[in-house]
Write a protein that binds this ligand. Structure first.
Ligand SMILES: [Zn+2]
Length: 512
């Protein structure tokens, strides 16, 4: 980008004169607002009866005249989608106005077959709510500006890479999937807070049973970000131009949001430091590279020529709100976990961050709730993450078996981790695994009946300091000597691969 493109914007300088817009101050603060699009997990689309379960099927197999936007077809609203959206509105403490209205947002793009998207504009379904999160300095309330319903457009598949595709295909299976767009006030002050907000929102939507985060593309985020002198935002309020802001479009993951925002903060700070004016602009996040790039799209609000959707009557659903019964939400469940199971605040927060995980914990908590919390939150999650496995792949019965082995002292914690790793590797490879107690017997890991490998290794290392020193000094044969000593000590009852690994781990640990 050349220097001449950053022409100073006179109107900005007139409104906000002096150093504020051109110098980076030590106490400048980051202002972030989010727009989150979530697919509602209904069985059928928003305006027709086509199934939403399209991900494993061929392109353009879940379509009809309505979601293809053929002339003469008329949309009919999906009642379930409204009920789901109202559930979200209530959980996020929103007001639901007497009447809301669908509008047409007109723009041209190949994935938008009608030439307009049915959305809500000046009369959204719900307004003015909030969600409390764990902020940088304690609990923090993030205000929700609005929640509205809209239809998802189709999907473009670029053949030959997104940069320079040879050609593009259009798949309308996604066209008409119900979305809610949740817009926050610019209340977030760091990428970390933004990630926490998204995590809490995801958990809340999953508790409400209206959203499935494991479905690809089910959540997309646009983020508004600017850097302003501290207190500027509270003084000037929304709508005032300070330094320009960037809208980062189409971030498709929680981690992506934090990365995109961190990159953008650095980019904007560098520009301000060099005396450039930040222009208000749209940028795209390139997930693979972790950077944002300038976007050519320059649509303004007025370019969309919104007008009320003539084929749909206004929605009058605020009276439905009293029938919405909310389930136990993350905060309440967290409090209950601390109260009922004696979980630490951190464990309770981790365990209730995902309803599937919370359910799993409750199904294994009976043996020893506190020990189970530690093993699920501190050990199991890490091991699952490492293997890219979900909590659904773990059998509660087998996990209880493992907890029992550790609790009764049958095996050490370290052996417990080893057993867990072996069992998870088996599940990953074959889809099933042996029981932890069977694994302990097979590998003679039991402290009473068999041999604790780690203990035997440590004893041998303590007894042969010279060999250990030789090993660290680079003499490979010292390793074989130590293996032989452990084998002799345990009368060869150990699995050589396990022994090999444990010995290496112990030696590495000593080196550190
Ligand atoms: Zn359809």
């Amino acid at each position: 980008m050349t220097r001449t493109q950053h022409k100073p914007d006179l109107s900005i300088n007139l409104q906000d004169p002096g150093r504020e817009s051109t110098q980076l101050l030590p106490d400048d603060e980051v202002i972030i607002g989010l727009e989150i699009h979530c697919q509602l997990d209904t069985r059928t689309k928003l305006f027709c009866g086509c199934s939403t379960d399209y991900r494993d099927d061929g392109p353009n197999t879940h379509v009809c005249p309505i979601c293809l936007g053929l002339p003469g077809s008329l949309p009919r609203i999906n009642k379930k989608a409204i009920e789901f959206a109202l559930r979200v509105a209530k959980a996020l403490n929103c007001d639901v106005p007497e009447e809301s209205e669908f509008a047409r947002k007109n723009y041209f793009y190949p994935d938008l077959n009608k030439g307009y998207q049915i959305t809500q504009y000046d009369k959204p379904l719900a307004v003015w709510g909030y969600l409390d999160i764990e902020g940088e300095d304690g609990e923090k309330r993030v205000r929700i500006t609005r929640i509205h319903l809209e239809e998802d457009p189709g999907r473009l598949v670029h053949k030959g890479g997104t940069d320079r595709p040879k050609y593009s295909l259009v798949d309308y299976n996604r066209s008409g999937i119900p979305l809610i767009e949740i817009v926050t006030e610019p209340d977030l002050r760091s990428p970390k807070e933004a990630r926490r907000f998204l995590n809490k929102l995801r958990a809340t939507l999953e508790y409400l049973d209206v959203f499935d985060s494991e479905k690809e593309g089910s959540l997309r985020v646009d983020a508004n970000i600017s850097i302003q002198p501290r207190g500027w935002f509270d003084r000037e309020r929304k709508g005032k131009e300070g330094r320009g802001r960037t809208e980062i479009k189409n971030i498709s993951s929680y981690k992506g949001a934090e990365k995109a925002l961190s990159f953008e903060i650095t980019r904007q700070k560098n520009l301000i430091r060099r005396g450039h004016i930040i222009e208000t602009a749209t940028r795209h996040f390139v997930e693979g590279q972790g950077v944002t790039t300038a976007s050519r799209s320059k649509e303004q609000e007025q370019d969309y020529r919104y007008f009320p959707e003539p084929d749909l009557r206004p929605l009058r659903v605020c009276s439905w709100l009293s029938d919405v019964v909310l389930p136990e939400l993350p905060d309440a469940r967290r409090a209950r976990f601390m109260d009922m199971y004696g979980c630490s605040p951190n464990h309770a927060r981790t365990l209730t961050g995902d309803p599937r995980l919370a359910d799993f914990y409750e199904s294994v908590a009976r043996e020893d709730p506190v020990l189970a919390a530690t093993w699920v939150a501190d050990t199991l999650l890490g091991e699952l993450n490492y293997r890219d496995m979900g909590i659904g792949t773990v059998s509660p019965e087998q996990f209880i078996d493992l907890i029992r082995l550790v609790r009764t002292g049958e095996i050490t914690d370290k052996s417990g981790i080893e057993v867990l790793r072996i069992v998870l590797d088996q599940v990953k490879e074959k889809g099933c695994s042996e029981a932890p107690s069977a694994c302990v017997r097979r590998l003679s890991m039991s402290k009473s009946g068999g041999t604790d490998i780690a203990l035997a290794v440590r004893e041998v290392l303590d007894a042969h300091p010279q060999a250990v020193a030789d090993f660290h000094g680079g003499r490979a044969e010292a390793f074989n000597f130590l293996i032989g000593q452990v084998m002799k000590k345990t009368r060869g009852r150990l699995d050589p691969a396990d022994l090999n690994r444990t010995l290496r781990e112990e030696l590495c640990r000593q080196e550190r």
